[in-house]
Design a protein around this ligand. Structure first.
Ligand SMILES: [Zn+2]
Length: 219
């Protein structure tokens, strides 16, 4: 804890005062650019990955970047999604998985978490992704894990769409969903292109959308 305490003191003494005007502008209201849902893993740092700043990302973090389907668990994840969309007016939601994910490894090998009933129960939310990977048993372990990480992002995007606030925003064409995988081995982020059905490298010219959105009906 010593290092963290020293860090707080440096923030109070050096960092915050230097950016006082910037922080003052954020006091009245926040205008985050996106809701960023990712894993609790300490090696995944959303503001670093996106080179963004304080106030840019409204975040949900948990083991395995999981979004329980609407109605199943009315907990913190569901409440935070509703607040982000309805109170903050967030128009972009990113679900970001990552390579070497401990939660996904555990999902692949449930015997390793037999003594952790809460983790086991939580990871049931990625059962559909795990079932897809069961079709790839001939692949090496690392490849299976890669498939699971990607399929889990897609499964959680599906769950996200069951949340009424998200469904309504998508139906009116006011929301974009993105599925990312951060590769901690090389710092690259791959994004899901719904039109190709594949994760592709980030590009300045083309921003793939994870899920095609419906446009507002013309009646
Ligand atoms: Zn993880």
């Amino acid at each position: 804890m010593d290092e963290l305490t020293k860090g707080v003191l440096r923030f109070e003494k050096d960092i915050y005062p230097k950016r006082k005007d910037f922080f003052d502008r954020l006091i009245a209201r926040q205008y985050p650019r996106a809701l960023f849902i990712t894993c609790s893993d300490s090696r995944v740092v959303p503001n670093d990955i996106t080179d963004s700043d304080v106030g840019d990302l409204f975040m949900i973090r948990n083991a395995g970047n999981i979004v329980p389907p609407y109605g199943e668990v009315m907990g913190g994840v569901s409440a935070t999604i509703e607040y982000a969309v309805m109170a903050l007016g967030v128009k972009n939601i990113i679900v970001c998985g990552h390579t070497h994910c401990g939660a996904m490894s555990a999902a692949l090998h449930p015997e390793t978490i037999a003594h952790m009933p809460i983790v086991r129960s939580w990871l049931n939310h990625c059962e559909s992704a795990r079932r897809i990977v069961a079709g790839y048993v001939d692949l090496p372990e690392a490849a299976q894990l890669k498939v699971l990480v990607e399929e889990n992002v897609l499964a959680q995007l599906d769950h996200l769409r069951t949340h009424p606030s998200v469904a309504a925003a998508l139906a009116s064409g006011e929301m974009d969903l993105f599925g990312w995988v951060f590769d901690i081995e090389n710092g690259h982020v791959f994004t899901y292109d719904g039109s190709q059905g594949a994760f592709v490298p980030m590009s300045e010219d083309y921003l793939p959308n994870a899920t095609p959105k419906r446009r507002r009906r013309v009646l």
